[in-house]
Ligand binder design. Structure first.
Ligand SMILES: Nc1ncnc2c1ncn2[C@@H]1O[C@H](COP(=O)(O)OP(=O)(O)OP(=O)(O)O)[C@@H](O)[C@H]1O
Length: 269
């Protein structure tokens, strides 16, 4: 579903160019859930921008569903951390969710029906006539997720989507992401600072490191598509994988000029 080949990204800095990503290769299969972790400032958001067509890489190519990405592809949607800035406060919840369909010229009755279906999927069927500012943070992020899904994308990019909500809401939203992958078959690439979250959600965990960064390692997570916040996290393999991810990040950091540190990562538990 997603192919990244030899991707490099260098920003033109005020004094000298800044190489952030170098020769990065990555694939995400159909219906796969991949989590991307790495030290703060390594280039995770830069990579997502390149994948979503918002930023042209300096070298290399990105393909979504086989098509070369040269602008934001229709088959791909993005969910950002800051839900309060991604929803329009003057539009009702259902109109926010239906917005991508309006841009595509879908008739009002049809787009409202589809938006209602998506609100149902994210557990918000009751609030469709309310405004985003009348909802809790977790509910607003559910609205943003419903909007990202409304035109049936094949690939969802999520940039720290659950970092701005409380711990219990975060668990609920993680389970929602797993349910959405099961129900819709969408592929998900999720960036997180929380290593436990990456182990709970991912089929694979991609560790980025280096300056400029590339893929340091990829770890398989053997828990299947159905997970449980208590039982999965209590599985002895959960702690083993979490330790492995941490070792890879720290190990990579130690060999860099400016070491990555565990202090840069939110470690839960
Ligand atoms: N538009 C830009 N112009 C120049 N440099 C940039 C730009 N955007 C990001 N950078 C630099 O690229 C590097 C990587 O930033 P990026 O935000 O991609 O990292 P990140 O891994 O997402 O960080 P964090 O985990 O803290 O969110 C940083 O040094 C940053 O200063």
């Amino acid at each position: 579903m997603l192919e990244v080949r030899s991707l490099s990204m260098t920003y033109a800095g005020p004094e000298s160019p800044r190489a952030v990503l170098d020769d990065l290769n990555l694939e995400v299969a159909a219906s796969e859930f991949v989590c991307l972790v790495g030290p703060s400032g390594v280039g995770k958001t830069t990579l997502l921008r390149c994948l979503s067509g918002l930023q042209r890489p300096t070298h290399g190519e990105v393909r979504v569903g086989g098509g070369l990405v040269v602008e934001p592809p229709a088959a791909l949607s993005v969910v950002f951390q800051d839900y309060s800035r991604s929803l329009f406060p003057w539009m009702s919840v259902v109109d926010n969710v239906a917005l991508p369909l309006r841009a595509q010229g879908v008739k009002r009755a049809k787009r409202l029906a589809r938006a209602a279906e998506m609100l149902d999927e994210v557990g918000l069927a009751d609030v469709r006539k309310q405004y985003p500012w009348q909802l809790s943070g977790g509910m607003q992020q559910r609205v943003a997720i419903a909007r990202a899904l409304v035109d049936a994308p094949q690939m969802l990019l999520m940039d720290e989507p659950f970092a701005s909500v409380d711990a219990q809401t975060r668990f609920d939203l993680e389970d929602l992401a797993l349910t959405i992958r099961r129900d819709t078959g969408v592929s998900i690439l999720l960036v997180t600072h929380d290593i436990d979250e990456s182990v709970y959600l991912g089929d694979r965990i991609v560790v980025l490191s280096g300056r400029p960064a590339s893929v340091a390692t990829i770890l398989d997570v053997p828990f299947g598509h159905r997970r449980d916040q208590i039982r999965t996290r209590a599985d002895p393999r959960f702690a083993e994988i979490r330790t492995e991810v941490l070792v890879r990040i720290q190990g990579a950091g130690e060999s860099e000029a400016a070491p990555a540190s565990a202090a840069n990562l939110d470690l839960v538990g």
